[in-house]
Write a protein that binds this ligand. Structure first.
Ligand code: 89V
Length: 345
């Protein structure tokens, strides 16, 4: 069986440059074409990564190329259009996070792919970070017992708008952009959510959306989980782009600290390990943690295509993270606790 899988990329912006570089680490993924409505960006990206052809129109891409899958790396407003187009052409789709600008759209995307029987996966990279995988492994070993409380925090003052200026223009900023990552980490570690309450603030007057959000979630297990996110927090040590974690269990605790240090505490001892991410030569060093893990994530997608199985992060799974993102906005607006229902497709 031919293990090589042919793919194209739609969207040639800032993030695509790293996401494609991560694909290039996997020799069995063959980049056939790139597409961007900006012709200059499409040509430059095709040349940089050795794509055979470039397009400025996604429909033409699907009409002309034989593809196993497409990686959609565009702004959230365009995700539904391109995912549905992939489904129409019978091509598996990987969609950038956040999956959709609202829950209804996210559901329609999942349904379109289900109906066309094409896989829909979501490029949710944070849970693939080496230290976070390790935290889960330790938790699953039973070392700290049953986790009754957790804290997941992405708290920073990094000037994220310099490289991604569109983030300053969106009405829904930090819960959609960072919440889609850290709420996913909370689910990954602690399971599904029963209900949540959320508070938001806009501290930076130069941006449109909220840059601070705090969520208190009651997990279905009964555990409590506090999720904090901020791009307005000037602290003694900048953590970007690290997510710091504390899991408290019946026999001990696991803390993921700055610089990838993990402390596992019990009544008897404190063990300390450091799980640093690999560094590839194509990364932007400010973002290494969240870019290097894209190789692992893409590797899972590629294996899924090769083995005809589902990848870890399907559209259906990520819909549950989207439920938390939009429940966060709903709670912040209403001031009420929002119940998270079991999704129906
Ligand atoms: O992955 C992301 O969502 C990026 C960054 C890590 C900078 O927030 O926008």
């Amino acid at each position: 069986m031919n293990k090589t899988k042919r793919f194209a990329v739609i969207g040639c912006g800032f993030w695509a440059q790293y996401q494609i570089a991560a694909w290039k680490e996997l020799p069995e993924a063959e980049l056939i074409a790139v597409c961007d409505q900006d012709c200059r960006k499409a040509i430059q990206t095709a040349e940089k990564f050795g794509a055979k052809r470039y397009y400025t129109d996604a429909r033409q891409l699907f009409e002309n190329e034989y593809l196993d899958y497409v990686d959609i790396i565009t702004n959230v407003e365009t995700h539904a259009e391109f995912v549905k187009m992939a489904a129409e052409f019978g091509v598996a789709a990987i969609c950038q996070k956040p999956l959709a600008p609202d829950l209804e759209t996210a559901k329609a995307m999942v349904q379109a792919c289900n109906k066309a029987e094409v896989p829909l996966f979501v490029h949710e990279n944070f849970r693939w970070q080496a230290p976070i995988r390790k935290v889960k492994e330790i938790m699953q070993s039973g070392k700290v017992g049953e986790v009754f409380k957790g804290k997941v925090a992405f708290v920073s003052a990094f000037p994220v708008f310099d490289n991604q200026p569109f983030l300053a223009e969106i009405d829904k900023f930090i819960i959609a952009d960072i919440g889609s990552h850290v709420l996913d980490i909370a689910r990954y570690l602690m399971g599904e959510v029963d209900n949540l309450r959320c508070l938001t603030r806009r501290v930076n007057p130069k941006i449109k959306g909220e840059d601070v959000a705090t969520l208190l979630m009651e997990m279905r297990s009964g555990a409590h989980c506090l999720v904090e996110m901020s791009y307005a927090s000037i602290l003694e040590k900048e953590a970007f782009p690290q997510t710091l974690i504390l899991l408290e269990g019946s026999k001990g605790s696991i803390r993921l600290e700055h610089d990838y240090v993990i402390k596992v505490s019990s009544e008897k001892e404190v063990e300390m390990i450091r799980v640093a991410p690999p560094v590839y030569d194509w990364v932007n060093l400010d973002y290494n943690l969240v870019q290097s893990c894209m190789v692992e994530l893409n590797g899972d997608f590629l294996k899924a295509f090769q083995e005809g199985r589902l990848a870890e992060i399907t559209g259906t799974d990520n819909y549950r993270t989207m439920q938390l993102v939009y429940a966060g906005y709903e709670s912040a607006k209403s001031g009420k606790v929002v119940k998270i229902n079991e999704p129906e497709f």
